[in-house]
Design a protein around this ligand. Structure first.
Ligand SMILES: Nc1ncnc2c1ncn2[C@@H]1O[C@H](COP(=O)(O)OP(=O)(O)O)[C@@H](O)[C@H]1O
Ligand SMILES: [Mg+2]
Length: 335
């Protein structure tokens, strides 16, 4: 079987995606799959390792299309290891649907709903999941924010990841700054109540009938889990499994599966939680439909702790992509 691994992409998480993508490609080879590595540059050009340019056409296809040779490379499954906008938000997934190629992970709806923090939180609330109080603003409506949320609060671009453009605001001056920053990155901005000195717990979900892993804990080396503490410093720690009571572990696993279903995710996701250190209350913070996937990332590490190796995990994801595709092919198009 031949798997196209898409990596890089036009987002702030380009570099992380390259690391995840290369280790997935390596593991697939070790599991006996043939791989075709496709790197998407920051300006959106798709290339094979030998530099030839390829694309996917928006019509039912057998694989990748070599642009200069006007020739198709047959592919059985596409593994889009892309994070953030134009990778994890349903856009690539839409192209793969039009090409009728089986692919790993969530479809258009699950990807888009999981990416937009306002839509995601609305779906979580609708599924009766505990979420911090959140509002969506499309302009710097200070009065509304102070009335509805107050201080301290977190201000986030709705459609980004890796903590880019996110700031905590303790007063009006900081709120004005945080809004200016967030609106540089998106036209939609969410503002939410800050959970006091939260514990950050993460849980991996896998399957079409989803299963949850043991939860893990992140201990950031900064006031919150910023871009720098995620990728530039070595000081943030992963604790696997997280030290939680049995009942909190069960609750987190149950919430993770409910969150996965709420946004319509498929295949895999990592669900992130904040626990108020004082009250012990658990909040669902977000879902990531294409979580970090390097050898040391939380998503595969949690499965390893639950008894599923990195290699077995990636081959399981390929099998799920084929199953998902079959389910879709079995659906009627017209009556
Ligand atoms: N409501 C909140 N209360 C306390 N800390 C928060 C809150 N929201 C976000 N954070 C902090 O900011 C980090 C990034 O926010 P998050 O919503 O996870 O965005 P991203 O999608 O960029 O990871 C979190 O890991 C956490 O450290
Ligand atoms: Mg996060």
């Amino acid at each position: 079987m031949k798997i196209a691994v898409l990596m890089g992409g036009q987002s702030g998480e380009h570099e992380v995606s390259l690391i995840s993508g290369n280790s997935i490609a390596q593991a697939l080879k070790e599991e006996g799959y043939e791989t075709v590595v496709v790197t998407i540059s920051l300006d959106g050009i798709w290339r094979l390792e030998d530099g030839r340019e390829v694309t996917i056409l928006p019509k039912p296809s057998k694989g990748l299309w070599l642009i200069e040779e006007c020739k198709e490379i047959p592919i059985d499954v596409v593994f889009p290891v892309l994070h953030g906008p134009k990778g994890e938000d349903g856009t690539i997934q839409g192209l793969l649907e039009l090409a009728a190629l089986p692919y790993v992970g969530s479809g258009v709806l699950g990807s888009a709903a999981g990416m937009d923090k306002a839509v995601m939180k609305a779906l979580f609330r609708d599924a009766n999941l505990p979420v911090p109080k959140t509002i969506l603003v499309v302009w710097a409506d200070i009065k509304l924010i102070e009335q509805e949320i107050g201080y301290p609060c977190f201000v986030k671009p709705a459609n980004l990841g890796s903590s880019v453009g996110i700031n905590k605001a303790r007063n009006r001056k900081e709120l004005e700054f945080a809004l200016t920053e967030a609106f540089k990155f998106d036209t939609r901005v969410v503002v939410e109540e800050a959970i006091n000195e939260p514990r950050e717990i993460e849980c991996s979900v896998l399957g079409l009938e989803p299963k949850a892993s043991l939860p893990g804990e992140i201990v950031p080396d900064a006031e919150f889990y910023t871009y720098e503490s995620k990728y530039q410093s070595q000081a943030s720690k992963l604790i696997i499994p997280a030290a939680l009571s049995d009942s909190d572990t069960k609750k987190i696993q149950e919430y993770s599966i409910r969150a996965f279903r709420a946004v319509g995710a498929e295949g895999l996701s990592r669900v992130d939680f904040l626990i108020d250190r004082k009250t012990g209350k658990i909040y669902v913070n977000e879902i990531n439909t294409m979580p970090g996937f390097t050898q040391i990332s939380m998503y595969p590490k949690l499965w390893e702790a639950s008894g599923l190796s990195y290699g077995k995990l990636v081959s399981q994801l390929v099998k799920l992509a084929l199953q998902r595709n079959k389910r879709r092919l079995d659906l009627k198009i017209c009556r």
